[in-house]
Design a protein around this ligand. Sequence first.
Ligand SMILES: [Zn+2]
Length: 490
Amino acid sequence: MPDIAIARFAHEGNSFSPIPTPIECFTGSEWAVGDGVPKYYRGTKTEIGGAIDWLDHHPEWNPTYLRCTGAPSSGVLAPGVFDKILAEITTGLSKKKWDAVFLSLHGSLNAAEYAHADYEILKRVRAIIGKDTPLAVSFDLHANVSQPEADIPDIVVGYKCHPHTDMHETATKALDIMLRRVKGEIRPVAVIVRADAIIPSLFARTTDGPMAKVKQLAAEIEKKYGLLDLTPYQGYAYADSEAAGASAWATASGDREAARKGATELVAEMNKRRPLLFKTLPSAAEGIARGLKGQGPIAVIDSADHTGAGGIGDTPGLLAALVTAKPSKPTAFAFFHDPGLVAQAQRAGIGGKLTVKLGGRLTSLFGPPVEAEVTVGHLSDGKFTNVGPVYHGLGVDLQGVARLDFVGLPISVMITGICHDTTDPDFYRVGGIDLKNLQVLAVKAKNQFRASFGSVFKEMIDIDAPGPAAYDFSSFPFKKAPKTLYPLNR
Ligand SMILES: [Zn+2]
C-alpha cells in the first residue's frame, strides 16, 4: 500500500501590518494533526477536505496526516513561529520513506526570518523526502511565486477562482496530477513568467471584470499547449519579498518550451488588463454618504483593514465617518477585534451601559479611537460553522462576541474576541446583526464578502481609508520587491 503524507501550513503575511502574528493565531484557528485532521476537515470545501475526499476515492493509498494548520491573513509571522510549525511537519516527514507528499500552502507565507517563506518550506521538505518522491502542492491564487521555488516540487496547482470557491477542486487536481507522476506517465516541468506589476486584488475578481477573461484564457491556453496546469497568480500586494507581483505558472510534461509559451501568452493578457485594476476609490465619508442616501441594505466596504488581506480588525476610519454622518436609519459596523471589550460587555450584561473607545487600540497609525456611550445589545460565545461558499463547513470560534448599540444613534458595532474575517453569513448571526433590516452595513471586507452576500445587498460600495491593506499601496515602504514593477516604478 503506497504511503502519502498530508500537511498544511497556510498563511498570508502583511509586511505593512504593525502587529506580528503569534502562534496562537494558528492554534486558535485551524490546528489539527493525525486522526484529528479528517475529523476537522472532512466534508469541508477546503484543500484538506479535497484531499480527504480524494483519498476516499483512492483507498489503495495509505494517508498519514501531519500538522495541518492555517490562520486568517495577518501580519508577518513573529520570530520563531515559522520554524516551530514547520518542524512538526519536517519531523513527521523524516520518519519514513514516502511514495508521495501533498502540502496545502498559501504561497505568500511571510515570516520574520524568510519573506518568501513557502520557498523555504519547499527547500526543506525536498531535502528530507529526497528528489524522487513526488511532491504535490496547492497554492492560493494570491501567491507570490518565483522560478527557484517552482523548480522544487513536481506539481503546484493554484486556485483559479477569486473569491476562492475552488479550494477543494484545486487539491483534487494537484493529487490527480501527482498520481500520474507516481505512475510514471508524466514528467512535470514548471516555468514562471512574471507580470509587470504588483496588483491590488479589489478589482481582480474572476467572477466579473478584467480578470474573469484571464481565468477563461488560462483554461484555453492550458488546453492549447497541452499543459498539466496553468495558473494566473495575482500575487499578494502586501507581502514585501523578491517574489512580489503577479505571475503565470505553467506546468507541462517534459516540454519546457510549451510551458514557457503558455505562461508568456497568459502574462501578456494580464499585463494588458493592468490599467483596469487601478482606480480611484471614494473616501469613507463619500461612501457612507452614498450608502445612507440609496435604497438599503447597502454595504460600504473598507478593504484597507480587511482581515482576509492582513488587516488587524482595528482601524477606526470607516466607523468615524459613519458616526460623523449621523444616520437616521439602522446601521451596523463590523467589526473591531477587542477581547478586553468583549469581556467588559459580558460583565455589564445585556442592557448594561458603557463608555467605550472603539478601534485604534493596537496602533494609532490609522487614526484615533472613536469614543462612544453604548449599551450592550447582544452577547454570544461566537461559535459557528461556515454556511457560505468560502471555507464552507469549517468551524469558527470567535472567542466571544458583543454587539454594542450607540446611545442616541442607530449604530450597532460588533466586537469579537479574535481577529477573523467577515465573509460568512453566520458571522453576523452570532453578532446579533440582521443584515436585511439595515440601511448600511459598514464592514471591513473585500471580494470574498461578495461571494457570500451578493444577493443580500442592493449595492456594495468600495471605499479606501488608512489601513495596513489600503487599496492605494503605492507609497508603502517596500524594501525587497523589485522596484521595476508598477506602481513602485512610478
Ligand atoms: Zn487569496
